[in-house]
Design a protein around this ligand. Structure first.
Ligand code: SER
Length: 589
């Protein structure tokens, strides 16, 4: 069972049960400042989970690109990946627990032929918001899962995403598989890591607002996620994901380049890290958002991945100056362009990015490693202090995580907190994303964010008027305090142009234009000249926001009802974002 077959079986199965297949959202979320990457299939669906009708209906199914940095330290084991693909089905106020569980069971046991004896499940044991989920447990029992294979667990395990994050959430039931040739124990022990989670069914019924308030959502929704890498390995009979057909060619290529063997335990971990990271690097740098290595946000993660991969390639004695990373990247591009055609389109960018960052890192890595050795020879105590950690970062381009890793290998600690303070002081201009952002979270679209969201549409329209029709949105970032808007334009705007754009937006606000949401075929929207930043993100039927004759954009929302709600618009700054892309920072007063 390879990846194509698994995707096919899953999508078809749910299509037959009335679900519409929707395309994966980009790995870099639009209009979501709380989150650097799409970490789950439900993320782009937040507005619909909150009750907005989805243009494709109330039953959806897709393959979603996901990236999670919180698993970075686990990379190198058999089951974790930074980038991974998740299959998911959704009910937006349509079916609930019974159908969801029954269909998961049917797909696993009838279509994928997984023996019932190898399955176990967890259900929610209850908290102050909802009682124990006996209903799900009863459904599992009726399907043939024995009581001994059902574990009732608390919020830490069976609440998604978790109790802290804001946005849609709820209790879940998770399905586990006994990944071993050994006899399956009669009683399920969730602590035993031979049981691996393969599918999560979330019953999304609440919106976590500010102040620990959990308000029931308008609809009772279902959000499920099945990890493709794990399930492919399981179906192919492997206990190590990297042995499966998904990774076979990449691992063979690394073996060929290094002349070493994956099965030699001395090299296994390094090869897994290289394989995982090169795939993530290709997907992130191949996204249409045009992410380049940098010291902030997604660019920082990309830099970290590339540098970490190079360090592990060195451990395998790969000649860093050869074309090894290009060969690996091309392999991934060829494989994944089948699903994500932007990779083919952006191939040159991906390869250039990798090469340039490699050259940059190479220049300083040797020197940095020497410096590091000097440092540990003269160290006082068992901790690398903040000044040294910062020098390694600032002068030698060592991400703090690299210093931490090197230190750990020597049994040393790093004053990471101190480093971060120093880092902050030096980063006033280009502020790094917060810890929370690196961990990933879900959008909280409050009143102000919604206003700013509508303001981006107006600004986009105004800039087209003032600068010309070559202006297109390249990205945006919204908080409750301000908006950032990136757009294509080759040169600095003059003061007059800035003033004109500002005046136009305020004129549109004063005109009190209603903001209308419409649904239409994608082709129809394009024919009408609707703006769309990521055309591949959208399905056949799209939602389009119309602001009088001023603006027409493909967009998931949310937006205000009338432009008059926005107040006064003010441009604070116009600057370069990257080659051919300008950035405007603006506020609503
Ligand atoms: N949102 C859930 C998860 O990511 C199910 O899709 O596990």
């Amino acid at each position: 069972m390879n990846i194509i077959k698994l995707k096919d079986i899953f999508l078809k199965f749910f299509e037959e049960k009335g679900h519409k297949i929707i395309p994966s959202a980009p790995i870099i979320p639009e209009n979501d400042p709380t989150c650097l990457f799409n970490t789950a299939g439900m993320q782009p669906l937040v507005p619909y989970l909150k009750g907005q009708p989805h243009p494709e209906g109330s039953r959806l199914v897709d393959v979603q690109k996901c990236f999670r940095t919180n698993d970075l330290d686990s990379i190198g084991d058999t089951t974790h990946h930074t980038f991974f693909e998740m299959l998911g089905n959704w009910s937006l106020g349509d079916y609930f627990k019974k159908e969801s569980i029954t269909w998961s069971f049917e797909l696993l046991t009838k279509k994928l032929n997984i023996p019932v004896e190898k399955l176990a499940v967890t259900v929610f044991k209850g908290n102050k918001i909802v009682p124990a989920d006996n209903e799900s447990a009863e459904i599992w029992k009726s399907l043939g899962i024995s009581e001994k294979r059902i574990a009732f667990l608390g919020e830490e395990n069976n609440w998604w995403p978790n109790m802290e994050l804001l946005g849609p959430c709820g209790p879940d039931t998770e399905i586990f598989y006994w990944r071993s040739e050994e006899t399956v124990p009669e009683v399920f022990d969730p602590e035993d890591e031979t049981w691996v989670e393969i599918w999560n069914n979330v019953f999304m019924q609440y919106n976590h607002e500010e102040n620990e308030t959990f308000t029931p959502l308008k609809n009772k929704n279902v959000d499920t996620g099945l990890g493709i890498e794990r399930v492919t390995a399981i179906l192919e009979g492997y206990t190590d994901n990297y042995k499966s057909s998904i990774w076979k060619d990449v691992i063979s290529k690394i073996e060929e380049i290094s002349g070493l063997e994956y099965d030699n335990s001395e090299y296994t971990k390094s090869m897994r890290i290289i394989a995982d990271h090169i795939r993530a690097i290709v997907i992130i740098s191949g996204d249409n958002a045009g992410i380049k290595p940098s010291n902030t946000d997604q660019g920082y993660i990309l830099r970290r991945l590339i540098r970490r991969m190079i360090r592990y390639a060195k451990k395998l004695n790969i000649d860093i100056n050869s074309n090894w990373e290009q060969e690996l990247a091309v392999l991934i591009i060829n494989e994944y362009s089948k699903y994500y055609n932007e990779l083919e389109k952006n191939q040159n960018d991906i390869l250039e990015t990798l090469k340039n960052e490699k050259i940059k890192f190479n220049r300083t890595l040797e020197k940095g490693l020497k410096e590091f050795e000097k440092v540990i020879k003269n160290i006082d105590g068992d901790k690398i202090n903040k000044d040294i950690a910062f020098r390694l970062y600032d002068t030698f381009g060592f991400p703090i995580e690299l210093t931490e890793e090197l230190a750990k290998e020597q049994g040393l600690k790093v004053d990471t907190e101190g480093f971060k303070e120093k880092f902050k002081e030096h980063q006033e201009k280009s502020r790094a994303g917060s810890e929370a952002k690196f961990k990933g979270g879900l959008a909280s679209t409050g009143e102000m964010e919604t206003k700013y969201h509508t303001a981006t549409h107006l600004l986009n329209a105004a800039l087209k008027q003032v600068l010309g029709s070559h202006v297109h949105q390249k990205g945006s970032n919204i908080t409750a305090e301000r908006m950032r808007f990136d757009f294509s334009h080759p040169e600095k705007m003059t003061d007059e142009q800035k003033q004109k754009a500002e005046e136009l937006v305020n004129k549109y606000i004063d005109m009190a234009i209603p903001v209308e949401r419409m649904e239409m075929k994608k082709e129809e929207a394009i024919a009408l000249g609707a703006e769309a930043m990521f055309i591949e993100k959208y399905g056949e039927i799209v939602s389009v926001y119309k602001i009088g004759d001023v603006s027409l954009e493909l967009c998931g929302g949310p937006h205000v009802k009338n432009t008059s709600e926005l107040g006064h618009f003010k441009i604070k700054k116009e600057e370069s974002s990257s080659a051919g892309v300008r950035r405007i920072k603006a506020i609503l007063e």
